[in-house]
Write a protein that binds this ligand. Structure first.
Ligand SMILES: *Cc1c(COP(=O)(O)O)cnc(C)c1O
Length: 376
């Protein structure tokens, strides 16, 4: 049996939608992007959504829109994909890491205050695996110290915590539509927020800083523009939006299926391996399903599972501060963030997507149990 690590669920609705766009006049940013943005904002319960080419782009532009740059520090977590801290560097600022909660792998809000300096301008929490970080505490700290909060919400399109959804109370949240995310156009992203000013700035920055408002104010009838600032080239196009729009309708159903699969995995592995804790007052998006095994045996267990045809991943995540570039540039060493370091080398992510069949789920459970029992 061969169980892929991930399979997308795109089908006829997406093909039809794409076909319609291909037969239309405009392929780049246009009406289809507007439609997707409105639908995404409605789904997310926020007033604004801006379509972009990636979550990395969303974080980069959100930081710039918040006025963050050279000489500023941004507090974030080392337990994430490198995109988070790279985006801080792209903005010209310096990432300052804070260690994580051992139970969830999320940034430990109780450690944030100690990392704040005169240069700190923002906090960029990552909501890991599908479960949101402690936004209540993070927002309170930010308010006290006049810091901006920007969320890496790549894993949590469907999540909430204490009744608060991503992007609802912060400067904004950044979503990814990368190939393995819960809705996808292969590559893509968005910035979602209730802050209309932030959305307007990100919209301008996503296309070279083109400022059409300025021209419209001068009542020009032709479609011309002016540039008032340096911008980037991160605008979502109609092709990606055409693929994404029909997926908005299946988010709930797909999320329910992933929840059911995760529940079966948890029941089967309880007491056998460590798993991230499930928090109360929290809706888990179940983007990833990691088990945390003994680090000494992790690679062997993952290799055995691959040999048995179970698609697994061991990349969630090597702690960012120990990546060669970060060690060289900032002088980080082993032991700097021990809790993040204890999670990365123990993590094995299992297949978790709506197309998994019951037979495949049973097979994954059987092989994981056997491999863990054999090597522990
Ligand atoms: C996927 C992911 C990103 C990057 O998203 P892109 O759209 O590829 O830029 C950032 N952060 C986390 C936590 C992710 O999982």
């Amino acid at each position: 049996m061969k169980v892929e690590f991930f399979k997308h669920s795109l089908g006829k609705a997406e093909r039809d939608s794409l076909d319609k766009t291909l037969r239309s006049l405009y392929l780049t940013t246009g009406k289809q992007v507007d439609i997707f943005e409105k639908g995404l904002a409605a789904y997310s319960g926020v007033s604004q959504a801006v379509g972009l080419t990636s979550c990395t782009a969303a974080m980069h532009l959100a930081l710039l829109a918040a006025g963050i740059g050279e000489g500023d520090e941004v507090i974030t977590t080392p337990m994430t994909f490198v995109a988070t801290s790279h985006a801080i560097l792209m903005a010209g600022a310096t990432p300052v890491f804070v260690d994580v909660e051992p139970a969830t792998g999320n940034i430990d809000a109780a450690r944030i205050s100690a990392a704040i300096t005169k240069k700190t301008k923002a906090i960029l929490p990552v909501h890991l695996y599908g479960q949101m970080a402690d936004m209540k505490t993070i927002l309170a700290i930010a308010k006290k110290h006049k810091l901006v909060v920007i969320e890496d919400a790549a894993h949590v399109l469907e999540a909430s915590r204490d009744g608060v959804r991503p992007g609802a109370r912060s400067f904004g949240a950044c979503l990814s539509f990368y190939a393995t995310k819960s809705i996808t156009s292969g590559e893509g992203g968005a910035f979602i927020t209730n802050n209309a000013q932030a959305a307007k700035m990100v919209t301008r920055l996503r296309l070279h800083g083109v400022n059409r408002e300025l021209v419209q104010r001068e009542r020009t009838k032709l479609n011309t523009y002016d540039i008032t600032e340096l911008g980037w080239k991160y605008n979502m196009d109609n092709i990606d939006a055409a693929l994404l729009t029909p997926q908005l309708k299946t988010i709930k159903r797909n999320h329910a299926r992933r929840m059911a699969i995760a529940k079966r995995y948890r029941a089967a592995f309880e007491g056998l391996v460590d798993m991230p804790a499930m928090l109360p007052n929290s809706v888990h998006a179940h983007h990833l399903f990691p088990i945390w095994v003994n680090a000494k045996h992790r690679d062997r267990i993952a290799l055995v599972l691959k040999e048995k045809g179970v698609g697994v991943s061991v990349v969630h995540y090597p702690p960012v501060h120990l990546l060669e570039y970060y060690k060289k540039r900032f002088g980080y060493k082993k032991g700097d963030f021990p809790l993040a370091e204890s999670i990365g080398p123990r993590a094995i992510s299992l297949p978790l997507y709506p197309l998994l069949t019951d037979k495949e789920i049973e097979y994954v459970i059987k092989e994981v149990r056997a491999a863990v029992i054999q090597y522990s």
